[in-house]
Design a protein around this ligand. Structure first.
Ligand SMILES: O=P(O)(O)OC[C@H]1O[C@](O)(CO)[C@@H](O)[C@@H]1O
Length: 369
């Protein structure tokens, strides 16, 4: 049994997680304050959240106060920088929703604090056309192109771009198990666990259309977040917005809408997706879905961290080993935007630039059958 490295925390001022809590979270709050004309009491709550030194629980009347009290047991009252990074990030987004009254009884209930930002990063008509044009290619070429579009689409992440300013266009897939991914699908159910809306969700939808129209999947479940999260993560409303972006008469848009109506494409969500947990702790209902699927495709950096555990693994740790517990075949499609990496060849990282784990310039397509 491999000894697990410790869970990542944010205490080292030179570390990436520290910069997320110190720089990115205040920048996100600034954007939220600009996005909506929130009333003074909401603005005050948001400012207090940014200034908070020690992690505080949700208000006692929150619908999920008890769950969060348990997840944070042992952490409450500690510095934000000293609790696990995954917990701190999740709590930040949950507390942000509390501050803006997302679950409250008032008039701002259900208003997505990140909605305007998501809308401003919508895919262009040219991007839609380029993806639609893939249909003219031989199927093997479509398979390869769709995996690439789906993995690089993950770079279009608003929370990430906010501080990175620009993203180097290096386009290097450090591991490419794309062919193995296609070998695993044979006409059953495929689950796609979505990450970001907009320019990431578009290639995901085109991939789903390909799965369904070629019979590689009889049924697809698209898992979305139950609440606004990590700025740009996709909710049901974002999927519906995205479908409306396909021009009238677009075959892909038409097929996807029909698939939703027929139930061959099903939208699904679970509270797990906004919880500070890894897939090791997925609820039985969710784990059962993964077990029953022919393949689960996990999109994005955060889902990768949830899959292998938010730990500073040596990069040569075998991916199959750390994902072996996942209840069914799994493919992780992710641009590398945080410290967690597994499955590289020994010594491979020596030739990479110093910032390779967080620059977003590198990506992984990793599969465990
Ligand atoms: O949208 P993605 O690919 O999950 O990326 C989100 C990533 O952004 C961060 O919050 C900050 O970079 C990471 O911690 C997280 O993994």
């Amino acid at each position: 049994m491999r000894v697990e490295p410790p869970v990542i925390v944010s205490s080292d001022p030179a570390s990436f997680p520290h910069s997320v809590l110190r720089d990115r979270h205040p920048a996100i709050v600034e954007r939220v304050l600009r996005a909506h004309p929130y009333p003074p009491e909401v603005r005050t709550e948001l400012q207090l959240l940014v200034q908070e030194v020690r992690v505080e629980p949700l208000r006692a009347d929150a619908h999920d106060a008890a769950a969060w009290a348990a997840w944070g047991a042992g952490f409450w009252g500690q510095s934000w920088f000293d609790v696990p990074f995954l917990f701190a990030e999740n709590l930040f987004y949950r507390r942000l929703l509390e501050a803006v009254g997302y679950y409250g009884a008032g008039a701002w209930r259900g208003i997505d604090p990140f909605g305007p930002q998501k809308a401003s990063d919508a895919p262009t008509p040219q991007e839609l056309e380029a993806l639609a044009a893939l249909e003219g290619l031989p199927e093997a070429e479509q398979e390869a192109a769709l995996v690439r579009a789906a993995v690089w689409g993950n770079r279009a992440d608003l929370g990430f771009k906010l501080v990175a300013g620009h993203v180097e266009q290096v386009d290097e897939l450090l591991v490419d198990d794309g062919k193995r991914m296609w070998e695993l699908v044979g006409g059953g159910t495929v689950i796609v666990v979505a990450d970001n809306a907009g320019r990431e969700l578009l290639p995901d939808l085109v991939l789903i259309d390909f799965l369904l129209r070629t019979g590689r999947a009889a049924r697809v479940e698209l898992h979305v977040k139950p609440a606004p999260y990590f700025v740009s993560d996709a909710l049901t409303a974002d999927v519906l917005d995205e479908l409306r972006r396909f021009p009238a008469g677009s075959p892909i848009g038409g097929r996807l809408t029909a698939a939703l109506r027929q139930g061959t494409l099903q939208l699904y969500s679970h509270s797990f997706y906004c919880a500070p947990l890894t897939f090791h702790d997925a609820a039985p209902e969710l784990a059962g879905r993964f077990a029953a699927a022919e393949l689960t495709i996990l999109k994005g950096d955060l889902n990768y961290r949830r899959l292998v555990g938010d730990r500073m693994w040596p990069s040569s740790t075998p991916f199959a080993e750390v994902s072996g517990y996942f209840p069914g075949p799994v493919a992780a499609l992710r641009t590398v935007k945080s410290d967690v990496v597994t499955g590289l060849a020994a010594g491979a990282e020596r030739s990479l630039p110093a910032s390779w784990r967080t620059s977003g310039a590198f990506a992984l397509v990793q599969v465990r059958g």
